[in-house]
Design a binder for this molecule. Structure first.
Ligand code: NAI
Length: 333
């Protein structure tokens, strides 16, 4: 039976990279029932909301979505589409593998990390209010349940992928109650996985240690804001956001996307690199149990980039978005 997948092309370069990725996936022969739905800045005029209910319902039904980048209109009172999707579908785990690709301008050649970020709590709970004019409070929410499920997700990921170590990244020396709770739960969950090493690291020191020597780490797990920052830092270790995919996973649905934004400076010019969304699609294929197709797409795409045979302009090549996808499809044939 065909896998039902909601495709949200998104804004800016989104439709171009989404089209390239869809064509590459179709070339694998995996049967996919594509259901295209809209979200983002461009749909406000039609639906009055950047995250239409139809789109949310479609993802709930299909349980899997592939999403291009989205620009949430700022200053009109709209919630962020990305945060809205994560909260509405309870996509509590953000999963980002970060690996060096040889021959690309990464800082290191030996990076092989997984960053697991809690996606629904922390300072991104959306609980902000004006106390008196000129004073705003934002609440950082940490719960035992939220901490337990994200740390367990990190250990289960480590187990499934043959990883050796999980590091809980925190700031419990200052945030004694909130990160104190996260750390206490992490230590407790770690006892259920004696075969996997567990350690703890303070977030600011982690940032420095990652830049100095990323090989010290394996799987890192942390709350929302720390994860947002550390996962972009790790993307910078391997050549930037253009190559980095991410998965947002919950019990009821999973949503796969590139880490980069809508790149308005190059939108509509056939210049965007679709690799990050293609790698997100590789994560999606694995999630669907289509490992053989995932391996083929990964090998074909990485092979073309590493050999220099086909690269988009951001990586010093001359292929357009469409031509780069064509080259992958030819390699898959
Ligand atoms: P951006 O990632 O869109 O662009 C930063 C720079 O990287 C630009 O020079 C752009 O041309 C380049 N770039 C990004 N992706 C590329 C690709 N695939 N191929 C080649 N070059 C690429 O970040 P920016 O400018 O901060 O954000 C633009 C918009 O995107 C904002 O509205 C932001 O809110 C939104 N955004 C959406 C995200 C999502 O939907 N997950 C994530 C990040 C930003």
């Amino acid at each position: 039976m065909a896998h039902p997948i909601v495709l949200i092309p998104g804004d800016g370069i989104g439709p171009e990279v989404a089209d390239a990725t869809r064509r590459v996936l179709d070339a694998t022969g995996v049967a996919i029932d594509w259901r295209v739905h809209d979200a983002g800045g461009d749909v406000v005029a039609r639906y009055g909301d950047p995250l239409p209910k139809e789109t949310l319902d479609a993802v709930s039904e299909a349980k899997v979505a592939l999403k291009g980048p989205i620009a949430t209109p700022i200053g009109h009172g709209f919630r962020s589409v990305n945060v809205g999707l994560r909260k509405a579908l309870d996509l509590y785990a953000n999963y980002r593998p970060v690996q060096s690709m040889h021959g690309l301008p990464g800082r290191y050649e030996n990076v092989d990390l997984i960053v697991v970020r809690e996606n629904t709590e922390g300072l991104y709970s959306g609980l902000e209010h004006v106390v008196v004019p000129g004073v705003v409070e934002g609440l950082r929410v940490v719960t035992e349940r939220g901490s337990e499920r994200i740390v367990r997700f990190a250990f289960e990921t480590a187990k499934a992928r043959g990883r050796k170590k999980v590091t809980a990244v925190h700031k419990a020396n200052i945030l004694k109650l909130s990160d104190g709770l996260f750390l206490e739960v992490a230590r407790r969950v770690a006892r259920d996985y004696p075969e996997i090493e567990f350690d703890e690291a303070i977030v600011d020191a982690t940032a420095m240690r990652l830049v100095l020597d990323p090989s010290q780490f394996d799987v890192l797990v942390m709350e929302n804001l720390f994860g947002d920052i550390i996962s972009d830092l790790t993307a910078g270790l391997v050549g930037g956001l253009g190559l980095t995919p991410s998965a947002n996973i919950g019990e009821r649905a999973a949503l796969f996307e590139a880490v980069h934004g809508t790149a308005p400076d190059i939108a509509g010019q056939n210049k965007a690199n679709p690799t990050a969304l293609i790698f997100a699609a590789v994560l999606m294929l694995r999630h669907l149990g289509e490992d053989e197709a995932a391996d083929r797409v990964m090998t074909a795409t990485a092979g073309l980039i590493n050999s220099g045979e086909a690269r988009t302009a951001d990586l010093g090549g001359s292929h357009g978005t469409r031509e780069f996808a064509d080259a992958i499809i030819q390699t898959l044939a």
